[in-house]
Design a protein around this ligand. Structure first.
Ligand code: PLP
Length: 372
């Protein structure tokens, strides 16, 4: 058993359950700040953990700017007393009026959103104006992921200028997420990230020369924020998310992230030993994210030479030559491969401190709608 994860009162914890190790989270936050160079250069993404308590831990560590992907997360952040919230998601449809209501409900919070289309920005402007509210808008730039955003260039400059003329929208800077930069080698990742940044910096220069403010440059996720952290750019904000909890997916792929420790672990139990070489545990796809391929969704600790066989909603079946060492009810720990969607599968998490479960935290923003 990895001593990092040992628990004395495990019999009191239901499985499947998600365990958050508070000291490890604290250490991961500290390591994130260390890489960033200063807590003020960070704007971590809350979508990984969606919990108020980790937001407060980040605030206690001096991190005052936060990023999110849903209006519920934005509401949770504002409710925690965060005064600088970036909803890094294009706001459309009824979410425009909802954004305006959120801004009205939290007058001491500066809200920002991303946009990459004039019509969407126009609809948001109208909704905000109707409520007498305003938000910052960051132009979402596509530097190669091709998920959202516009390519840095003349079209992007024109759109930024258009946004700046719309009532209720303040020019908030540029947003660049490069989730496609997943090169295992740090040097190769760095080269790709810095190459893609060049047109972004050129765009910023063009905008500023034409008198348009670019107060922020929000860059990167966990694999690339160490690259951008080395730069000295005005308004630079680094936006990793996963590294606060970390997971097996990033730990196995990126050796340079060795300073982070997986702080979220799944507790599962043997529910059956259907054959002499097989055990079945209560860790189906409703407890661990199934976006990694079958068999690669988690790593079981202390199950010798196991081979994943089958996973369904509430069952995970593995073959192991040590099956006879396991009995129904035995606890097994698993490190999830992708922690962000795994968190969203759990209504609450068990918080472990000094080998004991001290409290539970609600994964509050797994709900799509809180109050607004
Ligand atoms: C827009 C945006 N910013 C930041 C992040 C954080 O990236 P990571 O999970 O690699 O820390 C993500 C992750 O999906 C994202 O979509």
């Amino acid at each position: 058993m990895n001593p990092l994860y040992s628990i004395n009162d495990i019999a009191n914890i239901y499985s499947p359950g998600l365990l958050f190790y508070k000291d490890l989270i604290r250490q991961n936050i500290a390591r994130t700040i260390e890489i960033a160079g200063d807590a003020g250069r960070l704007r971590p993404h809350v979508k990984t953990h969606k919990t108020r308590e980790i937001v407060r831990m980040a605030m206690d560590a001096g991190i005052l700017k936060h990023k999110c992907a849903t209006l519920a997360e934005a509401e949770m952040l504002a409710g925690c007393g965060v005064t600088d919230v970036l909803l890094a998601y294009n706001v459309v449809g009824p979410n425009c009026a909802r954004m305006a209501r959120l801004a009205r409900a939290h007058p001491s919070c500066c809200f920002a959103v991303t946009a990459d289309h004039a019509a969407a920005a126009g609809a948001l402007s109208e909704a905000l104006a109707a409520e007498g509210q305003s938000v910052d808008v960051l132009l979402d730039l596509d530097v190669g992921q091709h998920r959202t955003g516009v390519a840095p260039g003349p079209e992007a400059a024109a759109l930024y200028e258009t946004i700046g003329r719309l009532p209720g929208l303040r020019l908030g800077g540029l947003h660049v997420y490069d989730g496609h930069n997943k090169q295992e080698s740090f040097v190769e990742r760095q080269t790709a990230a810095l190459r893609a940044l060049q047109p972004v910096l050129a765009l910023r220069e063009t905008l500023e020369k034409s008198g348009l403010p670019v107060p922020r440059l929000v860059l990167g996720g966990t694999p690339t924020f160490p690259v951008y952290a080395k730069l000295d750019l005005p308004g630079l904000e680094l936006s990793p998310g996963t590294c606060f909890l970390h997971d097996h997916g990033y730990a196995a792929k990126f050796a340079d992230l060795a300073g982070f420790t997986p702080a979220a672990v799944l507790l599962t139990r043997v529910i059956s030993r259907p054959t002499s070489t097989r055990i079945t545990i209560d860790l189906g796809t409703k407890a661990v994210a199934s976006d990694p391929p079958a068999g690669e969704r988690c790593v079981l600790l202390d199950v010798p030479d196991y081979i994943p066989v089958l996973q369904s909603e509430e069952h995970f079946v593995v073959e192991t030559p040590a099956a006879d060492k396991f009995n129904p009810g035995d606890a097994i720990f698993a490190i999830p491969t992708h922690i962000c969607p795994t968190c969203a599968l759990h209504q609450k998490v068990y918080v472990i401190e000094d080998g004991r479960c001290t409290e539970t935290w609600a994964v509050a923003a797994r709900d799509r709608v809180l109050t607004i």
